[in-house]
Write a protein that binds this ligand. Structure first.
Ligand code: NGO
Length: 609
């Protein structure tokens, strides 16, 4: 079943390898998430269907707010962030309700409609939290910053019926249950990574993913911009990085890259969703695309050929050459200049082609460049062995629960981002029959992705040493948005909840019900999610149907295309013949026999020939 290339990589990596207590008091029901007996009927109640689980939720018995054609949205007068969140909310709600929902400045606390205010919030909500009070005539969302309002708006969406996410007008009623919610995150950093190097993702696909991340209060987007198979960001002073290094990808497709304007467009889109972009240039390994673009970056002065396979650990920039550091100064300077966020991710993983001494020499020269251009270094955890700078942020990605390098950094005071590959990697298969993804770290079902505690996972890295979590999505086997979504959902929601919700709410039996309630929302949003049998999915009630159009290369009926070749790489739209039938590749594949992988296989049966 598995491709030879992926088996090779795995071989090389084998060595690392709402409410129990319903307290009823004067018309208010307070749910303490955490010890509830699972019950599907209960999950349908919006207050018990929220992901991530809020810090505290109180239901106001018998009270309901109803959104109507005359509802208005008010935002904190004079505040651009509040207004932009108000416009965003109106944009979400208008599509499905068909209501006008005008947005205007609030004066004081309005007596009707939905208000987004930056005054009067409980101070405990901090920079990212919010307070949401739903009464019969008003919905009042209060926060200290725009980010808090934005998070509260995501909660508000989930309190409305799932059809609110439809892209066409639906019939109401548009009710929101009476409630008082107080909510703020457990960790400051809730990230997601997209590898646009292995398979390039156009700007529209990145924006689509950003919209999906926003639903679950993810606030950092790590863009893996460079790797052996492709360089995806324009660097003016080294143009061949994209004119040569940007033209390849895994499986031999055309690749692609972002112009600086496109990269800035992604950053602005993320910022409008209160998401900070962290660019990654993976160094000193994973650099074949750069090495193939410029011969002088190689120690022997000879450019290697491009690589479109999924091998790892063979490339390295030349540590001893001065030009390497001129190159990196230029690259980091140019990227830092168009990246408003404070972080720069310098990779550092799997530098098997660099000696330990060279790795240290390299990092000793590169870390000051990152600092010189005003950025804080983030890197895959290996890099932190080279520095005692406690502002450096290691991203733990191993499969073990002990790591002396990371524990030593935590003891010094570094904050760690947790992405254990056997829990948080969204590119891992769910089970043996998952058609996409890899399984070198683990097969990760939804319950596995949810079943770990970031603040007590890694020996010597306790809650206070954890900056947060990130769910990386590597794209060796992922080509389209549908592929990305199939691997990310539902697990992304699980990792996002681990980053946001208090550990006291952690309970799989409850979580799976809250997750189940997300299903109809994802369906309405057109998200191609994995319907894990671990989750009792609720079904959608909207009249919307989403159709996906796939363009395929066809051959006339009765004519057989070239026979399937086990050694060849096929990508989406390639058609072959095998056993008297035509087969259309659905995504990147090599070595997987047509007709052997069932309904979700990598080949679609296109009829007899
Ligand atoms: C590893 C490797 C990546 C792969 C990924 C696939 C890290 C940090 N380096 O994770 O190059 O794409 O696994 O799961």
């Amino acid at each position: 079943m598995e491709t030879q290339a992926l088996q090779g990589s795995r071989w090389r990596r084998a060595g690392r390898a709402l409410a129990a207590a319903a307290l009823v008091a004067s018309g208010t029901v307070v749910w303490t998430l955490g010890a509830q007996t699972p019950d599907v009927a209960q999950a349908a109640e919006p207050l018990k269907s929220l992901v991530p689980a809020p810090v505290s939720v109180s239901a106001t018995a018998g009270v309901t707010f109803t959104l109507t054609s005359t509802t208005k949205i008010y935002t904190q007068a004079g505040d651009a962030d509040a207004r932009s969140v108000g416009d965003y909310l109106a944009g979400v709600l208008r599509k499905s309700t068909g209501f006008a929902l005008p947005v205007s400045d609030a004066s004081g606390t309005p007596a009707d409609g939905i208000s987004l205010l930056l005054s009067g919030a409980n101070p405990s909500v901090g920079e990212q939290g919010y307070q949401l009070d739903v009464a019969a005539n008003t919905v009042v969302l209060k926060a200290i910053r725009g980010a808090g309002l934005f998070g509260g708006v995501q909660t508000l969406r989930q309190l409305l019926p799932a059809k609110v996410e439809a892209s066409t007008v639906q019939s109401g009623p548009w009710t929101i249950p009476g409630t008082a919610i107080l909510d703020y995150p457990r960790f400051v950093h809730r990230g997601a990574m997209l590898d646009v190097a292995r398979h390039f993702q156009p700007v529209a696909a990145v924006k689509r993913y950003l919209d999906q991340l926003a639903l679950y209060k993810v606030n950092y987007f790590h863009l893996h911009l460079t790797d052996d198979q492709g360089w995806r960001i324009a660097i003016d002073s080294w143009p061949r990085l994209t004119s040569v290094g940007g033209t390849t990808q895994v499986g031999g497709g055309a690749g692609g890259f972002y112009t600086k304007a496109q990269y800035q467009e992604i950053i602005a889109y993320a910022a409008s969703r209160f998401i900070t972009v962290i660019p990654e240039v993976d160094l000193p390994g994973h650099t074949n695309a750069a090495l193939t673009s410029y011969a002088e970056l190689n120690c022997n002065g000879v450019a290697p050929g491009p690589r479109t396979d999924t091998e790892v650990g063979y490339s390295s920039l030349c540590v001893s050459k001065a030009v390497t550091y001129q190159f990196l100064d230029d690259v980091i300077r140019e990227i830092a200049a168009i990246t408003p966020g404070p972080y720069f991710h310098l990779g550092g993983d799997e530098a098997q082609a660099t000696t330990d001494a060279d790795y240290k020499t390299f990092m000793d020269k590169v870390l000051p460049i990152v600092k010189k251009y005003g950025k804080t270094a983030v890197g895959w955890h290996e890099f932190v062995k080279t520095t005692t700078d406690t502002t450096a942020i290691p991203q733990f990605w191993d499969t073990s629960t002990s790591n002396s390098v990371v524990a030593a950094a935590a003891a010094r005071g570094n904050k760690v981002i947790m992405s254990p590959a056997n829990k948080a990697y969204l590119d891992m298969k769910y089970n043996a029959s998952t058609p996409l993804g890899q399984d070198w770290a683990a097969r990760i079902e939804v319950q596995d992705a949810y079943g770990w505690n970031p603040g007590a996972y890694l020996n010597g890295v306790g809650e206070s040493a954890v900056r947060g979590v990130e769910a990386p999505l590597w794209t060796e086997t992922l080509v389209t948005s549908a592929n990305i979504e199939y691997m990310a959902f539902p697990r992304l929601a699980a990792i996002a909840e681990l980053g946001w919700s208090p550990w006291s709410t952690h309970n799989w039996d409850q979580f799976k019900l809250r997750l189940a309630a997300q299903g109809p929302r994802w369906t309405n949003l057109g998200i191609n999610f994995y319907k894990s049998t671990q989750v009792p999915w609720e079904t959608t009630t909207t009249t919307t149907t989403t159709t996906t159009t796939t363009t395929t290369t066809t051959t006339p009926p009765g004519t057989c295309p070239a026979a399937w070749d086990r050694t060849k790489v096929y990508t989406a739209t390639n058609v072959v013949s095998h056993n008297g039938r035509k087969w259309t590749a659905q995504w990147w594949t090599q070595g997987e026999e047509p007709g052997t992988t069932g309904q979700w296989g990598v080949w679609r049966d296109s009829g007899a020939c």
